[in-house]
Write a protein that binds this ligand. Structure first.
Ligand SMILES: [Ca+2]
Length: 216
């Protein structure tokens, strides 16, 4: 069932203009937006779908780092007050992206798990063409934009229409030349990796008040 939703969304999402902005300076940041979709079709498809599209900008000097994982986390304030808290996550690594099955990746902040709603992350280029993880994992010189489309299929009650949510993006790369790295098995191959850096970007986004209707 998820496969059907995702293939429907691939078409819908492809219609969106992507904003892979070049940066005048070397500030690292993420941009993003949320869109919601609803389906008035067969049973079991009533659940809303939330799509987070955005760009993580990863900087690199002289090293040749390899991306180990990218995590897209949705955060919301419980009952609209207090601090932002994680409500759902998707991730992509060499091990894949679909959730379920259960999925977790190692970061310098500790292990992070996907869920609780189903979904995946699709990486795309600046022309919105799909990219594989292998296409993206070798980080070049300068600022590298990583464009992602993260799909969350299922009700996330904390995401109230019209409220503010937060997109938190984690990128973990090995062999970086950045300060304060950690040593973990970042790519999950069973051996310890050195010079691992987890960069975290976050940006506040508006939860749309209107959902797009999908008719597969
Ligand atoms: Ca490893």
């Amino acid at each position: 069932m998820l496969r059907l939703i995702v293939s429907a969304l691939t078409v819908v999402v492809a219609l969106f203009a992507f904003q892979a902005r070049a940066l005048a300076c070397a500030t690292l940041r993420a941009t993003g937006r949320l869109d919601t979709f609803a389906c008035s079709c067969a049973e079991g498809l009533e659940n809303p779908i939330t799509v987070a599209t955005g760009t993580a900008l990863v900087g690199n000097g002289r090293a040749t780092p390899t991306l180990a994982s990218l995590i897209v986390e949705l955060q919301a304030k419980k009952n609209g007050i207090g601090v932002f808290q994680a409500v759902a996550r998707q991730m992509i690594s060499a091990d894949g992206t679909d959730y379920p099955p259960p999925r977790s990746v190692a970061t310098c902040k500790g292990p992070v798990t996907a869920g609780p709603v189903a979904g995946r992350i699709q990486l795309v280029d600046k022309d919105e063409k799909p990219l594989t993880f292998d296409d993206v994992k070798n980080i070049g010189d300068g600022i590298t934009p990583i464009n992602f489309v993260a799909t969350f299929a299922g009700l996330i009650p904390e995401l109230k229409p019209g409220s503010r949510a937060r997109l938190k993006i984690y990128t973990t790369a090995v062999n970086t030349d950045q300060p304060h790295t950690c040593s973990i098995d970042a790519d999950g191959d069973g051996s310890l990796d050195s010079a691992v850096k987890t960069l975290i970007f976050q940006t506040v986004v508006r939860v749309p008040t209107t959902a797009f209707l999908i008719t597969p």
